[in-house]
Each structure stands twice: as structure tokens, then as C-alpha cells.
Design a protein around this ligand. Structure first.
Ligand code: 6PG
Length: 252
């Protein structure tokens, strides 16, 4: 695994601007080769500013949106217009400003009653992503991740069954602390990516971040048994970059 790249910014604005540059560079690299750019977006609150930046000058014009396919990293099992919906956040912050751009957005249908079928259908959509990455998994050009105060990432929460999935690409995962299901990409798909960028901001993440970046994992060659989900993000053949604000990084 290549060494992680950790970049610390004064605030969320600085972190988001750097993320917008990395996203734009990744997209330009791929489309300059005449190929489709593929990326998976996390939900939550941290990436909202990034999405606004990508949908505004100067980033808006620098990205060949008609050659891009965007996917979701995870989604809550709620209706699409629910305030908890990651799709709703991404639509309001980004997609609504890109109508007519030719961008292909692949929505996780986590509102469906049959989440197993929804997961399998989404895996079928991921087959459009050129691969294979390691182990025959789709090799996304870029995966944008967040991290919770408990060290979860995507919808892979500590102690949840989804942590152990090694074959499937997309799974339903029950999250005890929220008493709800989610759909999520698995570690295998995330770790097959060309580039993974974590965006972590806020004092409430500092403790978890010390656990992930500040202490060497005791699980050495067996990251697959690490109880801290974010520490299992170790791209087999890709780049891992952490974009932090000062508050989140204060214990490093
Ligand atoms: C989700 C996200 C999740 C998120 C973290 C951080 O559906 O909640 O995908 O993994 O990235 O929970 O969330 P914040 O950015 O809101 O702190």
C-alpha cells in the first residue's frame, strides 16, 4: 500500500477547495485520455461545500461533465426527498445545477422495500465502470469518503455485518445506532479505486482521527479484522489522501 498523504487546512473552505482541485484534476486526467471519468460521492454534511464549488465557476467549466459517471458511496433507506437522503443533498448541492450537462448520475435506490435487489441492481450499474481493479472489482477513478466520530466510513459502521463482506460490491447494512438500513459500497470496491480522498472536518472527529492516523494499526497485515472501519481503507493499488481541517487534526 502506498503511504497516505495527509493535508491539513485552516477550515472547511480550504479543505473543500483542495478537494475540488483534486476532483477536477482526476476528471481532466481521465477525460484527456478520451475515457469516461467515474467517481463515487459520499453523503453527510462535509462534502456539501465541495459539491457547491464543483457546480460553480471556475470548476464547473473545467470538468467535462458529459464524460463523467457519478455514483453514490452509500445511501440511507429513506425516500429520495427525505431530509436524511444523501441523494437529496447531492441533488440540491450539485445535480440541480448540472441539468443538461450530459452528466450520468447513478442513484442508489435505497427507498425500495427489497434492499437486496436494490444492492444487486446497483452492482449491475457499477459494471459500467472500467475495471477490473484488484480482485476483479470495478476500479473507480475517485472515491470521496467522510468519516464519523466513531470511525465509520461509507455506511460501514463499527460492529456492523457489512464489515465482513469480501465478495459483493454493494450491500444493505443494518446500522444499530440509527436503527435503520443503508445501502453501501463494500471495502473491496472502495479499496480497488485509483484514488481515495477522505474529507474530515470538525473537533468531534479528532479522537477517531487520532485512532486512524495517529497510531499504527495493531492489525498489521490483517487490516480486514480492524474494528475501526476507516482504518480498513487501504487502496491495494491506488492513492489515499486525507484532507483535514485543523480542528479534526488537533490530536495528530
Ligand atoms: C453518510 C456518509 C457517511 C459520512 C460520515 C461523515 O451517509 O452519512 O456517507 O459515511 O461520510 O458519517 O458525515 P459528516 O460529513 O456529516 O460528518
Amino acid at each position: 500500500m502506498r503511504k497516505s498523504d495527509v493535508r491539513i487546512f485552516d477550515n472547511l473552505e480550504g479543505l473543500s477547495l483542495e478537494a475540488a482541485e483534486l476532483f477536477t484534476e482526476a476528471a481532466s486526467r481521465r477525460t484527456a485520455q478520451g475515457r469516461t471519468f467515474t467517481a463515487a460521492l459520499s453523503g453527510g454534511t462535509t462534502p456539501q461545500r465541495l459539491f457547491h464549488l464543483l457546480a460553480s465557476a471556475p470548476f464547473l467549466e473545467r470538468i467535462a461533465w458529459s464524460n463523467a459517471h457519478l455514483f453514490q458511496v452509500d445511501e440511507r433507506a429513506v425516500p429520495v426527498d427525505d431530509p436524511q437522503s444523501n441523494y437529496r443533498m447531492i441533488r440540491e448541492a450539485l445535480l440541480d445545477r448540472l441539468s443538461g450537462s450530459g452528466l450520468e448520475f447513478h442513484r442508489m435506490q435505497a427507498e425500495r422495500r427489497d434492499l437486496e435487489a436494490a444492492a444487486d441492481d446497483y452492482a449491475a450499474e457499477l459494471r459500467q465502470v472500467p475495471g477490473p481493479g484488484d480482485g476483479g472489482f470495478p476500479r473507480l477513478d475517485l472515491v470521496l469518503l467522510g468519516m464519523g466520530p466513531d470511525g465509520h466510513t461509507a455506511s460501514l459502521f463499527p460492529g456492523s455485518a457489512g464489515l465482513d463482506e469480501q465478495a459483493r460490491w454493494v450491500i444493505p447494512n443494518y446500522v444499530e445506532k440509527f436503527k435503520m438500513y443503508r445501502l453501501t459500497l463494500t471495502f473491496a470496491v472502495i479499496n480497488a479505486a485509483e484514488q481515495i480522498v477522505f474529507m474530515v472536518a470538525g473537533a468531534d472527529k479528532a479522537e477517531a482521527l487520532r485512532g486512524v492516523l495517529g497510531t499504527p494499526s495493531a492489525f498489521g497485515p490483517q487490516p480486514g479484522s480492524d474494528p475501526v472501519p476507516a482504518r480498513r481503507i487501504q487502496p491495494a493499488n491506488g492513492r489515499l489522501t486525507w484532507l483535514l481541517d485543523r480542528e479534526a487534526a488537533r490530536l495528530l
